[in-house]
Design a protein around this ligand. Structure first.
Ligand code: AMP
Length: 402
């Protein structure tokens, strides 16, 4: 089994500078207030550990998808402030990534101090896996730690190219990344059975591969959310105006067929909360999926589906949940997701939640402490569960394992 180099394996020389790639891609409201700081809190153990080795910490992260250099709304300054408050210490902030300000502040950085660089994606090279940007970043620090699970499925400069600038004694995975990989790998290698996958969200396209790869590993598959309608269509239901990926109906049908061949039980909604428009003010109807009126769309699973899905997870030993059951952002269509969150949280299974939206549902439902593990990555956690090798992880494996 390949083994990732752990931060615990590194012998840090006191007085050194350590670059930590974090995933501070946190949700913010229209006033640039951070609405969920879980990703910031999750990196604190790694930061503390490095400080305790007598080193200083240089943090680097991306935020959102800026297109053309600096933009106020993508600045990491609010993250520096929040981290400072969470750690109750000063976080220095560089107003660029590898420019004059960063260089000057890195040079002045003393042991025990923390510096956050500005958004990595203000540099064009970041998403292009540019080795020159990687080299400039590596000049700042003697060691490199990756604790940014959420971007490990991307070969970006600060995750991938940069590892070429450090030998295996000077680069490693941080505590969060190790925990994410362990949970993900255990789930696909040694799940306690019955193993139930609960999926939802809007797009079948983003999850088709994961579902196909998951089928041989799981005992039951529950499909809710917008993606369920492509499957219901494949079964010949009239789904009104509900979300549909027409070109994937055949694939959905293949998944149902493959599930039957493998003996995997597949559960789809039996009723929905339907409305005529995407709005909190629209009139709603609870209808069986066979009776969605023309012009109406299913925006949440209904009470009978919640009951059915609860029954299906009752004997589960492992539950993996990715994707909300409805348009949970609107109160009217959030009940299905909230009730599923309670049901999964109350179960005695090992429960692993992946994806920002699903983590958000769990938070709103007040079930965060009830889950065994909530992944900080959406796409990355999906790819890990699919059994894919993540580019950012591969470059941190012990060389004899590759
Ligand atoms: P995804 O990015 O594919 O995980 O989808 C998450 C999004 O799916 C959330 O923003 C939900 O509002 C949306 N969603 C869930 N159920 C439905 C539905 N029945 N119709 C339309 N959108 C949905």
């Amino acid at each position: 089994m390949s083994e990732i180099i752990s931060i615990k394996d590194i012998e840090f020389k006191s007085g050194s500078k350590v670059l930590v790639r974090c995933d501070f891609n946190t949700p913010m409201d229209e006033f640039n207030n951070i609405t969920d700081d879980r990703r910031i809190r999750s990196v604190i153990p790694t930061i503390r550990y490095i400080l305790d080795q007598g080193c200083s910490v240089i943090l680097a992260s991306h935020l959102g998808r800026p297109k053309n250099g600096y933009e106020d709304k993508y600045s990491l300054l609010p993250v520096a402030k929040r981290l400072g408050r969470l750690m109750d210490r000063e976080i220095k902030f560089a107003h660029d990534v590898v420019g004059h300000d960063a260089k000057e502040k890195v040079q002045k950085l003393q042991s025990g101090e923390i510096l956050l660089l500005e958004n990595l994606r203000f540099e064009k090279g970041e998403t292009k896996d540019d080795i020159n940007l990687a080299k400039s970043l590596s000049e700042f620090a003697n060691y490199y730690i990756n604790d940014a699970f959420g971007v490990c499925h991307r070969a970006h400069s600060s995750v991938h190219a940069i590892t070429q600038c450090y030998d295996s004694e000077h680069k490693a995975a941080g505590f969060l990344l190790i925990k994410e990989i362990e949970f993900g790998q255990n789930l696909i290698r040694h799940p306690s059975r019955p193993f139930v996958a609960v999926t939802g969200g809007s797009k079948v396209s983003g999850k088709l591969q994961a579902l196909t790869n998951l089928l041989p590993r799981i005992d039951k598959l529950i499909i809710g959310g917008g993606m369920a309608f492509t499957f219901l269509k494949a079964l010949g239901e009239n789904i009104g105006n509900s979300l549909l990926e027409e070109e994937l109906v055949e694939e959905a049908s293949n998944i149902l067929k493959k599930g039957r061949e493998l003996g995997v039980k597949i559960y789809l909604p039996v009723d929905v909360v339907a409305a005529q428009s995407f709005s909190n003010d629209s009139a709603i109807k609870y209808v069986p999926v066979q009776e969605i009126p023309n012009g109406w769309m299913g925006l949440d699973i209904g009470p009978a589906s919640v009951k059915l899905f609860k029954e299906a997870i009752a004997d589960a030993q492992t539950i993996w949940w990715n994707g909300p059951m409805g348009v949970f952002e609107m109160d009217k269509f959030s009940k299905g997701s909230i009730k599923m969150s309670h049901a999964i949280g109350e179960s005695f299974a090992t429960t692993v939640v992946g994806g920002g939206d699903t983590a958000d549902v769990v938070e709103r439902a007040g079930d965060t402490d009830e889950m065994t593990f909530i992944s900080t990555g959406g796409g990355a956690s999906l790819e890990l569960i699919e059994g894919k090798e993540l580019p950012g992880v591969r470059v941190l494996l012990r060389e004899d394992d590759i």
